[in-house]
Structure formats: C-alpha cells, structure tokens
Write a protein that binds this ligand. Structure first.
Ligand SMILES: NC(=O)C1=CN([C@@H]2O[C@H](COP(=O)(O)OP(=O)(O)OC[C@H]3O[C@@H](n4cnc5c(N)ncnc54)[C@H](OP(=O)(O)O)[C@@H]3O)[C@@H](O)[C@H]2O)C=CC1
Ligand SMILES: CC(C)(CO)C(=O)C(=O)O
Length: 339
C-alpha cells in the first residue's frame, strides 16, 4: 500500500512515521521544504509516554515538498490545518488516480466536505486524532495524551485501519464519525483556553477558572447542537452533557473525579498553543467559530465562544511566542463580561 501524507507537520509526521516500514506500506511525506530537509537528513524520532521511542531512518520513507509526489498513492492522509485544506486538495487533484482513498485526519467539521468538493473522483473518508502531538525539536514529535484514532467504518479504509493497528497505534473504525466529530469539537473548544493560558494542558485543566471558561464554551455548544438535532458521541467516561458541570467542580473534587482526563504528560499543550508559539494563524474559526455560526443559525448566541475567538485573533497579531498569558480568573472574567 502506498500512503502519501499531505501536510507533514505534527500529526502527519506522527502517522506517517508509524506507518513507514509496516509490512508492504510505503510512505511519502509531503511538507514544507525546510521541514522535509530535516526528515531527509535525520529521519523522525517519535516519542510517547505510552510506547518505546521510535526512530524512523531517512531511508524508511520518501520526503517531498510538492503534491506531485502523491501520484500513485493508494491512500492520502490529509493533515494540513483546516484553512489549508482547499489549497492542498487543489494541489493534489491533478496527481491522484480516480478511486484513491483520501482521509482527513483534521480537527473541525467541514474538511472532508471540502475535500469531496475538490476531489470528486476520489473516495474521501473522515478520521479523527483524539490525542496531542507536539513538535519538540525539528524532526522530533511527542505524543502527550492518549486515545484511539477513529476512522469511517468503510471497506476502503480497512487496509489503512489494519496498517495503523499493526504500527502499534490504537485505532477504531466507527459508523458514527459525524457524531465523533462534534464530540471532538467539544474537546477542541479547550484549544483556545489552553493557547491563551500559556500553561501546559495538565496544569490548565487542573485550574477551576480555566475549566470554567471551557464549561461556558461547551454549554453554548451543547445548546447549539441540541437546536441542530445533533447528539455528540460519548468518547470518554463522561456523557457530553455532563461535562460542563464536571468541569466546574472544585479542583480537589475534579482531580479525583476526572483522573483519566488529567492523565496527560506534564508538557503537553494544544496545537493552537503551538500555532501561537510559531507565529502562525490558528484554527479558531473552525472551532469556536463553528459554535458561533451554529448558534446564530438557530437565533441563539454564543458569547463566550465569540469572545475567545476574538482574543485568539488578537493573540495571532502578537509576534511569535509573545502573546499575553491570561490567568484563569482574568480569562473567566473576560468571558463572563460578554456572557
Ligand atoms: N497537533 C495536534 O496535537 C493535533 C492536531 N489535530 C489536527 O490535525 C491537523 C494538523 O495539525 P498539526 O499536525 O498540528 O498541524 P501542523 O501545522 O503541525 O502541520 C501541518 C503542516 O502542513 C504544512 N502544509 C500546509 N499546507 C501544505 C501544502 N499545501 N503542502 C505542503 N505542506 C503543507 C504546514 O506548513 P505551514 O505551517 O507552512 O502551512 C505544516 O507544516 C489540524 O486540523 C489539527 O487541528 C488533531 C489532533 C491533535
Ligand atoms: C488533542 C487535542 C484535543 C488537545 O491537545 C487537540 O485536538 C489539539 O491539540 O488540537
């Protein structure tokens, strides 16, 4: 099986690196020239608190900076940020054979639909990555949280599911990926809180004020989902509707009640934090922005989500790594002032 990864950053290198060398799998990473030069020279080092470190030698995969390298692929994993999906699909389009399986392993709700619009002769599937991967140094990627990858339960995706499982990654084929995506969106509402907090996920989720910010966002989201008739999947031990009250519990009670949620490496941070650190635009319009838009369609408002999106856009204007680090009480006050 020939697998091309379009957008070889944190998730793309993590998935492509694990798949490289599995049985008869051949992997081509397509990414930015500087990043691909590092992989061509040093290979990849993939770490996790859950498995032995994996070093992928440069010869174990092919690297490229141009979408034409996807020609001949059986499967293409799309791992660009949401605002790069349409451009990536247009670059891929001339090179993919009809029937090629294209899988979006991105956050947000509409990436698979955008891919289908641009790649009508290919089969587009939806995937989901539940855990965090951070580039700690060029060519080194660390998985900081746990969980199983999810993918449409489709016969055309089955070889990929098998290859991911053989590589040691946990993976589930699911018939309810739409509901999974809405559940992931609920989780991703924390990306903005984490990015603005400036502290790692574990410390941020251990702080009631930050958790209350997330609870405000999730409550607005659940109301909008209800109005739209969407029941998000339950991905962990807690039903989505019970998340906001759980998050608002005092620290000592929350720490005991939500042990699994806090089983996170001490250094793990959200991908949005990494974007601000590197001076990149974020995906906040595909996360908080979705809730604001969905609420609006039903005559509702989502003021906490709208305010967080505005604060993230302000932070995007600051030079890389210099955005204000908000304390929990200040951030909560800023959101409540607009509630
Ligand atoms: N990182 C994480 O922990 C998680 C991320 N996700 C989701 O996965 C998706 C990918 O995220 P992540 O891996 O963090 O993102 P990254 O920014 O680390 O990786 C994407 C890479 O693709 C490059 N790229 C973009 N467009 C092209 C193109 N047309 N051709 C070649 N390279 C391109 C980007 O370069 P440039 O920056 O120059 O555009 C970047 O290097 C997102 O939707 C994210 O929300 C989901 C779960 C966890
Ligand atoms: C894993 C999670 C939910 C939080 O880190 C994420 O999706 C991200 O960082 O984008």
């Amino acid at each position: 099986m020939r697998i091309a990864v379009m957008g070889a950053g944190s998730i793309g290198c993590h998935l492509g690196g694990h798949l490289a060398g599995q049985g008869d799998v051949e992997v081509t990473l397509i990414g930015r020239p500087a990043a691909m030069a590092v992989v061509a020279e040093q290979g990849l080092t993939l770490t996790s608190g859950r498995r032995e470190p994996l070093h992928v030698s440069p010869g174990a995969l092919t690297v490229a900076a141009d979408a034409s390298a996807a020609a001949g692929a059986d499967v293409v994993l799309v791992t660009v940020k949401s605002d790069g999906t349409r451009a990536a699909a247009r670059e891929l389009a001339p090179h993919l054979a009809p029937g090629t399986v294209v899988v979006s392993f991105q956050n947000g709700l509409h990436n698979a639909a955008v891919l289908r619009e641009e790649l009508p002769r290919q089969t587009v599937l939806t995937g989901m990555v539940p855990y965090n991967v951070l580039q700690t140094e060029p060519g080194r990627f660390h998985q900081g949280t746990g969980g199983a990858l999810m993918l449409d339960d489709d016969v055309l995706g089955a070889p990929l599911v098998a290859a991911l499982a053989a590589s040691g990654l946990r993976v589930q084929a699911r018939a309810d990926m739409r509901e999974v995506q809405y559940a992931k969106l609920l989780m991703n509402l924390n990306n903005a809180v984490n990015a603005l907090s400036g502290v790692p996920l574990r410390a941020q989720l251990g702080d009631r004020s930050y958790r209350s910010c997330l609870a405000l966002c999730q409550r607005e989201a659940l109301t909008a989902f209800h109005a739209e008739g969407i029941r998000p999947a339950q991905l962990g031990a807690v039903k989505p509707a019970l998340m906001p009250p759980l998050l608002r519990l005092p620290d000592a009670v929350f720490t005991r009640a939500a042990k699994a949620m806090l089983a996170i490496d001490a250094t793990a941070r959200s991908s949005m934090w990494e974007d601000l650190q590197r001076g990149r635009l974020t995906e906040v319009d595909s996360l908080q922005g979705e809730i604001v838009a969905l609420a609006g369609r039903h005559g509702l408002t989502a003021p906490a989500n709208a305010r967080l999106a505005a604060l993230v856009h302000e932070a995007e204007q600051a030079p890389a790594g210099t955005a204000r680090a908000w304390s929990g009480p200040d951030l909560l006050a800023a959101l409540r002032a607009h509630g």
